[in-house]
Design a protein around this ligand. Sequence first.
Ligand code: NAI
Length: 251
Amino acid sequence: MRVIAVTGSASGIGAALRARLETAGERMIGVDRRDAEVIAELGCGDGRAAAVARVEAACDGRLDTLVACAGVGPQVAPASAIVSIDYFGAQALLAGLRSSLAVAAVAVCSNSSTLPGADGPLAAACLAGDEEDARRLALARGGHPACAGAKLALGRWVRWSAPGAEWTGAGVRLNAVAPGAVLTPLLQDGLEHPVFGPAISSLPIPTGAFGAPEQIAGAIAFLLGPDAAFCCGSVLFVDGGTDALLRPDRH
Ligand code: NAI
């Protein structure tokens, strides 16, 4: 039985992952605003520090794997909250729990990170650790660039960190998944938004339909397990082919 912490475990992808791993007999430590072993607000520094301390206490300082899944979509207001949760909340848990980790971690990014407008000062501010500046830029630019920039930064942080001494050098693998449109409460909320709804609906999905949270949970379970022993700093797109269709010559 592995000890596995999952943020965002109360809903959507995190809940599907939790259910899958619990069924397989793993011991889960869920971290969420509600319905979790560790109730925490990951959008602020105090909440992140409390979450790290409570997970460490719950696992007695030894976690097999960690999944940073908690996040919000572009429809959340104010847009500054998006970068605080999607980048700083995820990065703080991954970095803060690194010394307790024995095997692997996965960050949940997004295929929106490759859409036009994601790269730029907001992602750079995230990676520089400047939350105040990133929040200011998010407010100025709005929900979609905030979300895409935060997820781009998270994927880059994974790639920068994974091969280094802190992670692979210490025997702990770090990878990411980049989901496309997956039918969860987050996506449903976006679809009902007057501005973001039509934008989400217009994104092409070559496989024909929105993904299911269980499909992303399967990809995460793979990255956590022994079959992914050669994966290091990978960002695995699981998006029905949207990224391949829109960027056929990039990889
Ligand atoms: P969801 O809304 O169903 O679940 C997200 C969970 O995170 C919720 O239980 C929520 O309470 C928790 N959470 C959100 N903000 C939090 C905070 N500040 N502190 C603590 N917990 C918090 O969303 P879904 O769709 O399962 O999303 C999971 C991850 O996948 C997110 O990081 C999201 O950005 C990402 N993603 C989702 C896509 C989709 O189409 N559903 C597409 C691309 C990425």
